[in-house]
Design a binder for this molecule. Structure first.
Ligand SMILES: N[C@@H](CCC(=O)N[C@@H](CS)C(=O)NCC(=O)O)C(=O)O
Length: 206
C-alpha cells in the first residue's frame, strides 16, 4: 500500500493522477498547507524539504518501508514499481524522463514565481515579467513538441504529461497565463483531461 501525502495543488495532483492511472490502491493523507502541516516534525521524516507531494511505500525494497519525496522522483518510483506510465523503448523512455526534469526545473518554479509576484507584489511588474516571460518560452517548447506528437513523451501518455497537467490547467486562473497562443498545448490539455484516471486524480483532492 502506498501512503500519499499531498494537497489540492498542481504538484499535489500529480501523485493521485499517477496512482489512479496505474490502478493502484493508496491511502490519501491531505495536508493543510495554510496550517503548515508540511512543516511539522513528523512530516520532515517523509520530506525533509517540508513540501508536498511525498509518499511512503509500506512494501518498499527489501520488505522495508521507503519514503520518496520530490514529485518527479515519486512518479519515476511509481512508474518503475508498477511497470507503467513510461515507454519501454529506451530512447522514448529517456525523453519522457527529460520532460519530467523539465517540469521540476522549469515550468514548476517559473510558473510558481510568476503566480507569487502576481498575487503578492502586483505593483512590481519586473518581477512578474521575468517569470511570466520564461513561462511563455517554456510552454512554447511544449507547444513545439506537442505539434509533432499527442503526448510529451511521444505517442504514449506518460509521467511527462502528468507532471505538467496541473500547472497548465491552473496557469490561466493562477496568473493570467494566456494558453490560446499555444494551440497544440490547448489540444493536449483537452486530450489529457478526458482520461478517466486524470479526472479521478483531480477529483479525489477536491
Ligand atoms: N520540486 C517540488 C516542489 C514541491 C512544492 O513546491 N510543493 C508546494 C505545493 S504545490 C508546497 O508544498 N508548498 C508549501 C510550502 O512551500 O510550504 C516537487 O516537485 O515536489
Amino acid at each position: 500500500m502506498i501512503d500519499v501525502y499531498t494537497a489540492n495543488t498542481p504538484n499535489g495532483v500529480k501523485v493521485t493522477i499517477a496512482l489512479e492511472e496505474l490502478g493502484q490502491p493508496y491511502k490519501l493523507n491531505i495536508l493543510n498547507l495554510s496550517d503548515q502541516d508540511q512543516k511539522q516534525d513528523a512530516f520532515a521524516k517523509i520530506n525533509p524539504n517540508g513540501r508536498i507531494p511525498a509518499i511512503v511505500d509500506r512494501d518498499g525494497a527489501n520488505g522495508k518501508p521507503i519514503r520518496v519525496f520530490e514529485s518527479g522522483a515519486v512518479l519515476l518510483y511509481l512508474a518503475e514499481k508498477f511497470n507503467g506510465l513510461l515507454p519501454i523503448d529506451p530512447a522514448l523512455r529517456i525523453d519522457a524522463i527529460a520532460w519530467t526534469y523539465f517540469q521540476t526545473g522549469g515550468i514548476g518554479p517559473m510558473m510558481g514565481q510568476a503566480g507569487y509576484f502576481k498575487r503578492n507584489f502586483p505593483e512590481f511588474q519586473p518581477g512578474f515579467d521575468r517569470f511570466n516571460t520564461e513561462s511563455q518560452r517554456l510552454v512554447g517548447m511544449m507547444d513545439q513538441a506537442l505539434s509533432k506528437s499527442p503526448f510529451l513523451g511521444g505517442d504514449e501518455f506518460s509521467i511527462a504529461d502528468i507532471m505538467h497537467i496541473g500547472w497548465i490547467d491552473r496557469a490561466p486562473a493562477y496568473f493570467g497565463f494566456d494558453l490560446s497562443t499555444f494551440p497544440s498545448v490547448v489540444e493536449w490539455h483537452a486530450r489529457v483531461m478526458r482520461r478517466d484516471g486524470v479526472k479521478r486524480g483531480f477529483s479525489v483532492l477536491k
